[in-house]
Design a protein around this ligand. Sequence first.
Ligand code: RB5
Length: 148
Amino acid sequence: MKVAIASDHGGLNIREEIKGLLDKLGIEYEDFGCDCETSVDYPDYALPVAEKVASGEFDRGILICGTGIGMSISANKVKGIRCALVHDVFSAKATREHNDSNILAMGERVIGPGLALEIAKTWLQTEYQAGRHANRVGKISEYENKTL
Ligand code: RB5
């Protein structure tokens, strides 16, 4: 699995923690910034990561900002992206199993690094169940194909 990761200034610390987790799990990744602690605009980081995942160059993406909200709104504008904003372990598992989410968004001003790592690990290691969920996810793609 190849993961694209990015954050704005509000998500720098958790991004670094997650890179450590990816190293520990032996998961290949590329860091798409941001590179400094000064204020940046989250769409500038969410959209390139979302495009890399949508194109198939990367299998999954992880985005962190202050709340995770700006990152998730931005990423979900890209066709083929199912970005889940997650702040608990139950949802991390459920969104992989049910929604086949391909990007995980989290907010560093919402949760601490310990929980963020548990969420990321669960999300990375949970498989999509397909089955009854495939029809539902398929309806999202059908809508995208008609409108985007
Ligand atoms: C930056 O101050 C903050 O707005 C951003 O990190 C994020 O929370 C946006 O949704």
